[in-house]
Ligand binder design. Structure first.
Ligand SMILES: [Zn+2]
Length: 148
């Protein structure tokens, strides 16, 4: 079922693995659609996972997950005249690759979208950077100056 975007933070927080106090979705609303699109695509793959953290780092989205069975992947041993070789079931690894590719794609997209309002954005700032549009960068810099 697609995520209810009017309550996206609440919906996503239900999928967190950490205790309730740590369920911060540490990004502004401009990335809502990127995150919700990603969530919907990941759901379609049917891989069981929990969200470890959603945050902004170096101006880009980071979407960290814990995947069920990740630490003990399904292993297949194949007997051949050369001995035993081990691998992972094709289905699992292909799905897992697709899963990671979707996350990578969303993180890449975020680097061109204003984190505050969702308009096209670019990397702003020097020591602390964020991806913002021109309007929001002005607001952000003014806010930082006021709080400095
Ligand atoms: Zn903006």
């Amino acid at each position: 079922m697609p995520i209810d975007r009017t309550r996206w933070r609440e919906e996503l927080s239900k999928r967190y693995s950490a205790n309730p106090a740590c369920r911060c979705i540490c990004v502004d609303d401009g990335w809502k659609d990127i995150i919700c699109d990603l969530y919907d695509e990941l759901e379609k793959l049917g891989i069981k996972y929990e969200i470890a953290q959603i945050k902004e780092k170096l101006g880009g989205l980071r979407f960290y997950v814990d995947i069920e069975g990740e630490r003990t992947p399904l292993r297949v041993d194949m007997q051949s005249p050369q001995g035993v070789t081990s691998g992972y079931t094709q289905d699992l690894s292909e799905k897992r690759k697709k899963f990671q590719a979707l996350i990578n794609e969303a993180e890449k997209k975020s680097r061109a979208v204003c984190e505050m309002c969702g308009a096209p954005g670019t990397l702003c700032g020097t020591s602390y950077v964020r991806t913002l549009c021109e309007k929001c960068e002005v607001l952000w810099q003014a806010d930082r100056a006021a709080n400095a």
